[in-house]
Design a protein around this ligand. Structure first.
Ligand SMILES: Nc1ncnc2c1ncn2[C@@H]1O[C@H](COP(=O)(O)OP(=O)(O)O)[C@@H](O)[C@H]1O
Ligand SMILES: [Mg+2]
Length: 595
């Protein structure tokens, strides 16, 4: 379903590499992006107004130069007080214009970031597990963090450039033609080849700075690894290896950096020299009587000034396509995520379950064609406790994940109380199964909120405390500085493995569901805590259907039935005593446990 999903970095760089990209998808992406801008038409209008004012002041600047020059030339002192005032007014109006433009374009782009980000996040909550299995967490979160930012930066940036520099260019060219059309025509012959040269230079610059970004990425990647794994680095004497690795990458970064500096240092004077050549041609021509008959010094100065003002906006307009393409590539990656098929909920039934389950000829094949379960058949009575044992990789976790429909069966049928599992509403199904996973998941909030998580948020303090007591967690929670209101930090890193597991058990017990699934729920506990929790769990298991997966066989001796799994199948099934008499796999495992 989502195997076609490429890691995003590869995807966008592949797009960037091919300069000529197919027209339809790109324009579709653009149209889709523009749809997000629609509600902000008024802000875009104000942006345009601001930049129009800004463009107007460019002409004003050129014109003012003309008046001042002519006034000096003609020794006219009547406007002596007027010019300083005009200069201040000019910059005031210019300031108002660029404020309007910058403020309202930022308003559009920040809102776009916000909207896209929230939409992507909410989409993530509705995606099926298969999506998470197929995509590394880093790739998914980089979409949320970088791609969203990139798409808006690039799309609204290019819109802003188009408005600001486009309007400026139109205004200045209009002014140039208006003041001297013959000279302007000449200018238009001289400028294009120069702009072309400038473009070539800036392309090389861009390529180099991309390389710098990459080496910078490697620098931070190594740093993160060393910080995150500082214990392994220390314990295995990895310092000199890491130091050498870091040095190599940093040197690369240094060389790239110097190349950028060199390119840039040559680039800027070279561009200026080219511009000077163009200007020289214009000046030379302008001073010939063929081109201009009677031009005042002021007019001439203002003409040259306006032509000079043209270069910056023209340069940024030539970069606009690149910006846009970058934004569109990021946009495509985001829209691909937004178009992923969501978790399907075909169920309509939301009845209370008794806990009877039957698994009939179940197979499960992972997308990488690992067969985790084959022809698995098991009937479980309501209220029964069934233990699943077997070596790691036998398929135990895969099996229990089918019951919450985190995974879908490849073939066979699971029924609960006689109803096909697909016919039960997902929300209802998951509300009636309390599961403690192998991997404990804790959130960066209080102990209380971690136990009373999600749908359990309305449980009372007393209920939460009871669950914590049953999970043998109450005592250590009370020893924490703020008891149940203590923050446990990101991923509960301040807690020991056993403490984390006890919180996760408390969460499941608080759910008080008719079906309880414990997937190696006590594996990180010491023997003593496990013994106490086992007693509490025995109580809890009495009146509900329970599936227990355990390493230590002592903890499951009292189960109603024990299923020994191997290679995705049941190889032995019976009570502890029956299996011991059988003298097969179970008896062997049991004997090994007691050695
Ligand atoms: N996401 C996955 N993708 C591909 N194969 C998987 C995945 N998860 C588990 N497997 C494979 O499925 C088999 C059963 O794994 P699992 O159910 O975790 O076993 P157990 O819980 O008994 O240790 C193993 O061979 C394992 O490598
Ligand atoms: Mg497992």
């Amino acid at each position: 379903m989502s195997q076609a999903y490429l890691p995003d970095s590869k995807k966008s760089s592949a797009k960037n590499a091919s300069a000529v990209s197919p027209v339809t998808p790109k324009s579709k992406t653009l149209l889709r992006l523009l749809r997000y801008l629609k509600p902000y038409w008024w802000a875009l209008l104000l942006t345009a107004l601001g930049f129009a004012i800004n463009a107007g002041t460019e002409i004003w600047t050129a014109k003012l130069l003309q008046y001042i020059t002519d006034a000096i030339n003609q020794n006219d002192r009547s406007k002596q007080a007027l010019f300083p005032l005009l200069i201040i007014l000019l910059f005031f109006v210019r300031g108002v214009g660029s404020f309007l433009g910058n403020y309202y374009s930022a308003l559009v782009s920040r809102n776009l970031v916000y909207e896209l980000r929230v939409e992507v996040f909410n989409k993530l909550l509705r995606l099926p597990s298969s999506f998470y299995l197929a995509n590394p967490a880093g790739t998914i979160s980089s979409k949320l963090i970088f791609d969203v930012e990139q798409v808006t930066a690039a799309s609204t940036d290019s819109m802003k450039t188009l408005l600001r520099d486009g309007l400026t260019v139109v205004a200045l060219i209009g002014f140039l033609f208006y003041s001297n059309w013959r000279l302007t025509l000449i200018l238009f012959v001289v400028l294009p080849p120069i702009l072309w040269l400038v473009r070539i230079a800036s392309k090389r610059y861009l390529r180099l700075s991309k390389g710098i970004q990459e080496t910078m990425g490697n620098v931070s990647h190594i740093t993160n690894e060393v910080i995150g794994g500082y214990q392994v680095v220390k314990n295995y004497g990895g310092q000199s290896y890491e130091s050498a690795r870091f040095d190599k990458t940093s040197k690369k970064n240094l060389r790239q950096g110097m190349k950028v500096v060199v390119t840039n240092s040559i680039n800027t004077p070279a561009v200026q020299l080219l511009m000077a050549v163009a200007m020289a041609v214009v000046v030379w021509l302008a001073l010939r009587p063929v081109v201009i008959d009677d031009i005042s010094a002021g007019e001439f100065i203002s003409y040259i000034a306006a032509a000079g003002l043209l270069s910056k906006p023209v340069r940024s307009l030539t970069d606009i396509n690149q910006k846009l393409q970058k934004g569109l590539a990021a946009g495509e990656s985001i829209f691909a995520l937004l178009d992923e098929p969501e978790e399907e909920d075909t169920g309509t039934i939301s009845k209370a379950l008794s806990g009877q389950m039957s698994l009939d000829n179940i197979s499960l094949v992972y997308p990488d064609s690992t067969v985790a379960l084959r022809d698995f058949t098991l009937n479980i009575k309501a209220g029964e406790t069934v233990a699943l044992v077997g070596r790691s990789g036998a398929g135990k976790s895969s099996l229990v994940n089918l019951l919450t429909r985190t995974l879908e069966t490849s073939s066979g049928q699971i029924t609960l109380d006689g109803m096909p599992i697909e016919d039960i509403k997902l929300e209802s199904l998951r509300a009636q199964i309390a599961m403690v996973n192998q991997q404990v998941v804790l959130f960066n909030t209080t102990v209380f909120n971690n136990i009373a998580y999600g749908g359990l948020a309305d449980k009372t303090q007393a209920e939460v405390e009871q669950a914590a007591k049953d999970a043998f967690a109450h005592d250590f929670i009370m020893k924490m500085p703020n008891g149940y209101q203590s923050e446990i930090g990101a991923e509960g890193l301040q807690l020991s493995g056993g403490q984390r597991q006890r919180l996760s058990i408390a969460r499941a017990l608080l759910k008080d569901a008719p079906i309880l699934i414990l997937d190696e729920a006590t594996s990180a506990l010491d023997n003593e805590s496990e013994y106490y929790i086992q007693q509490a769990l025995d109580n809890v298991m009495k009146d509900r259907t329970t599936l227990v997966i355990a390493h230590r066989l002592t903890t499951i001796e009292s189960a109603d039935r024990i299923a020994v799994m191997d290679g995705g199948q049941i190889v032995e099934l019976g009570t502890h005593n029956e299996l011991m008499q059988l003298q097969g796999h179970y008896a062997q495992m049991y004997a090994r446990d007691f050695k």
